[in-house]
Design a protein around this ligand. Structure first.
Ligand SMILES: C[S@@+](CC[C@H](N)C(=O)[O-])C[C@H]1O[C@@H](n2cnc3c(N)ncnc32)[C@H](O)[C@@H]1O
Length: 300
């Protein structure tokens, strides 16, 4: 990803923080991919002592992970402190009075950056990251994840691929030449970043999700609440004019099918283990060879 398209970290934190209160109302995709990731996790036999939910958001997956692995210490980490406040409330609401039981293990919530994790080396057995890494520098984040994973630790994540919100991108292209939708990583870039970070046996696959909306304005409102409004460094500063939004909404109408407007998401699912075997190390010319078989899906 070129620097022009790298999300501005504090703008991401602010943007997610502002929408924390309403996030769960519109996080349809996040729930679907989170559930799919949890389903995939159930295929792996694991007895984690410590789990990191990276980019935990409002904490739905913290609750799921704490329930599935009651003996594990679950850490919910996010760059937006307001999201973590919401996550704490989500956890409290999910537990009711149970949380006062003396032996109840409570999750820990930490404000921090995926690119510089405030955790010790070899201290985590499972890193779970649902739709968070697309906001981060992949090389730095994977390196940090590899550092904190114990030997045999597992990383499971989803991120967004470049065809995400293609309709919106195309609709904006009829209005002006500014980037209005973030540019997301190609699956091969993701694989290369994993290998460079010495994560072992990476497996990646992609799935397409389509959400539908009655109108484009409603969709853009949801994206704003999701904190996912455009944060690329090359964006136009200042307000996006009402006139421009009306034009985008009009252009978006060309995608209407069966009475609704589609918003496509390319979701990349990935997992890898800590500690790369010698056969998968980077070659002396800097290249990393990934067998094609390892880029095919777990299920699809
Ligand atoms: C789309 S939300 C997903 C939240 C949650 N994982 C879920 O499944 O609902 C992305 C989250 O990643 C967080 N995030 C973005 N950049 C981050 C970074 N560099 N380090 C830690 N968290 C980050 C955001 O604040 C936000 O809460």
């Amino acid at each position: 990803m070129s620097d022009d398209f790298k999300p501005e970290k504090w703008s991401v934190a602010r943007s997610f923080g502002q929408s924390a209160q309403y996030y769960d109302d519109v996080a349809v995709l996040q729930r679907q991919t989170g559930d799919e990731l949890l389903d995939r996790l159930s295929l792996v036999t694991l007895t984690p002592k410590r789990i990191l939910d990276l980019g935990a958001g409002t904490g739905r997956n913290v609750v799921q992970l704490a329930t599935r692995y009651p003996d594990a210490e679950v850490i919910g980490l996010d760059i937006a402190p307001t999201m973590l406040k919401q996550a704490q409330q989500t956890y409290r609401a999910s537990q009711g009075l149970k949380r006062w039981l003396p032996k109840q293990k409570k999750p820990i919530f930490i404000a921090g950056d995926a690119e510089s994790l405030p955790l010790a080396d070899d201290s985590v057995d499972l890193v779970f990251a649902n739709l968070a890494l697309q906001w981060c520098d992949l090389a730095a984040s994977f390196t940090e994840i590899e550092r904190v994973l114990r030997p045999d630790g597992l990383l499971m994540f989803t991120t967004l691929g470049p065809d995400t919100l293609t309709e919106l991108r195309q609709a904006w292209a009829t209005v002006d030449d500014y980037p209005h939708v973030n540019v997301f990583f190609d699956m091969h870039d993701v694989a290369e970043a994993m290998m460079n970070a010495r994560l072992a046996e990476p497996v990646l696959d992609m799935d397409r999700y389509v959400l539908t909306y009655q109108d484009a304005m409603a969709m853009m409102r949801d994206l704003k609440v999701l904190g996912a409004s455009n944060v690329a460094q090359g964006r136009r500063r200042g307000l996006t004019g009402k006139k421009a939004l009306v034009q985008v909404a009009k252009a978006y109408e060309t995608f209407r099918e069966n009475g609704v407007l589609p918003a496509s998401y390319e979701v990349v699912f990935g997992h890898a283990w800590a500690g790369v075997p010698a056969s998968q190390m980077q070659h002396s010319d800097g290249s990393v060879h990934i067998p094609l078989s390892e880029l095919t899906g777990l299920k699809r």
